[in-house]
Design a protein around this ligand. Structure first.
Ligand code: SAH
Length: 462
């Protein structure tokens, strides 16, 4: 009997009705921007994030509340901020790619500086943020999603917080080579009747096209992310694509038949070239394959790496460990200063790239290991491995407590922590300051017009 009761409770929970949407309207002043760059306004004591309002602005907002989430629209702005500018991209208010184009670039930088400073206030004063001289057309990687509209094929990016595709012909953030290639692909899809994948029905073939460019070399990679191994009209389509765009060095077919929103699948077939492109950073060459991480803003990456290497101040006899090492960029740059360097990275193809990159740059004294960074650190701490300089550059979630404990045991003289999410970085620093002092904090704008900011910290053993 009791069991049955439990079951019916459980069922009740499972079939609980979704909360009804509630429409409301309110007037107020934006107090500040949240971490995503949305204006924060107050309604009946509740903080509501409102996209596209700026601090100090008085605005009339209409909103629909779905559960805890508010979908907001600006009705009118009564008092405009002097930081407001006309967003240059016509898709800005629809597309979810950028969040801050309505804010003067200098104000965006000031906002990001204050975000990092707020998070790091316990550790000292941040250095002035390194901004871009020309904050447009910087992104070296884009992932376009496709949709049908009648007989026309459109491509673009998802609307913010949704999977609705906003059709885009010219993006002011990505490097200029990508748009004409996408236009050709749209036309070829129509010509060869390539079925566009439908996320709801799970039918269709083409899911995304990823384009990656080498900023310095001009090399281009096109990745067709598809739901099936059989590529209809492949030879004709490839011939037409390559003759229209001789700038394409390699084309990869990536098969992703999963129903998650992860873009790339595991299986790949190279259709043209060797599956990698080459780029140059800080005077060195790097091969990059489709599955490997590579910083998306090459102009700022050089500044970021220069700051990180400058903080590390590596001496010849120091042992350097680069964790979350990607295709080996930081480790290989560090190898110009030290005789013994190690890199640890979990992604197989990134490690393969890193090993090739060492050869390409004639560097023999770096060893790359394919492993989980936490595993590797715990093992090294057990073996009392000697590390003098530790670089760490984890993904947005930051590192793990076990990694940080192992770092405290390894006791490198210096830790250079590079992060694309200062929130998790500040959390991890709290752990490290048991034995380390934060000496320098450098914010870098890697993601102009978005709410994101990069931060590099130098820690020295106490
Ligand atoms: N330092 C590199 C890469 C930074 S991005 C650069 O500047 O290009 C973070 C990297 O961490 C990615 O390459 C990702 O594949 C890797 N990574 C993610 N989780 C990891 C883990 N648990 N252990 C090791 N590497 C990991």
């Amino acid at each position: 009997m009791k069991k049955q009761n439990n079951k019916s409770k459980k069922q009740k929970k499972t079939f609980k009705k979704r909360p009804a949407s509630v429409d409301l309207q309110f007037k107020g002043q934006c107090s500040h921007l949240d971490n995503e760059g949305r204006g924060v306004m107050t309604y009946k004591g509740e903080s509501i994030p409102v996209s596209y309002v700026l601090p100090g602005e008085q605005a009339m907002i209409s909103a629909t509340k779905h559960g805890k989430y508010y979908e907001t629209r600006i009705q009118s702005i009564m008092e405009k901020s002097n930081q407001r500018v006309q967003a240059p991209c016509p898709y800005f208010y629809e597309c979810g790619g950028c969040q801050l184009q309505h804010m003067a670039y200098a104000s965006q930088l000031a906002f990001k500086q204050s975000q990092v400073q707020k998070l790091m206030k316990a550790y000292g004063q941040c250095l002035p943020i390194i901004g871009m001289e020309d904050p447009w057309y910087y992104r070296n990687k884009i992932t376009a999603t496709f949709k049908n509209q009648g007989k026309t094929v459109l491509s673009g990016f998802y609307k913010a917080f949704s999977h609705d595709v906003v059709a885009i012909e010219n993006c002011m953030i990505q490097e200029k080579v990508a748009d004409p290639i996408l236009a050709t692909i749209r036309q070829l899809c129509k010509q060869y009747k390539i079925q566009i994948y439908n996320e709801d029905t799970k039918n269709g073939f083409l899911r995304h096209v990823m384009i990656r460019t080498g900023h310095k070399t001009g090399e281009v990679m096109v990745v067709f992310v598809v739901a099936d191994k059989i590529f209809p009209s492949k030879n004709n389509l490839m011939k037409a694509l390559l003759s229209a765009h001789p700038e394409i060095n390699t084309v990869v077919m990536n098969i992703n038949n999963r129903s998650t929103s992860v873009v790339l699948g595991q299986q790949e077939i190279i259709l043209h070239g060797n599956g990698t492109i080459r780029d140059e950073l800080c005077g060195m060459s790097f091969l990059i394959s489709s599955q490997s991480f590579y910083q998306i803003n090459p102009v700022q990456t050089e500044k970021l790496y220069n700051a990180a290497l400058d903080f590390a101040d590596i001496k010849k006899d120091e042992v350097v460990l680069d964790t979350y090492s990607g295709i080996g960029t930081i480790a290989l740059l560090a190898a110009q200063h030290a005789d013994e360097v190690y890199g640890v990275e979990i992604n197989k193809s990134a490690v393969e790239n890193a090993i090739k990159n060492a050869k390409l740059n004639h560097i023999k004294h770096v060893r790359f290991v394919e492993d989980d960074a936490t595993n590797a650190m715990v093992q090294m701490a057990k073996e009392r491995f000697k590390v003098d300089v530790l670089f760490m550059d984890p993904p947005r979630d930051g590192s793990t407590p076990q990694f940080l404990d192992a770092a405290l045991k390894l006791r490198p003289k210096k830790i250079v922590y590079i992060s694309c999410n200062p929130e998790t970085q500040a959390r991890d620093l709290k752990h490290l300051i048991k034995k380390y002092k934060v000496e320098k904090i450098q914010p870098v704008d890697m993601f102009a017009h978005t709410g994101h900011v990069e931060s590099v910290c130098l820690l020295k053993i106490k």
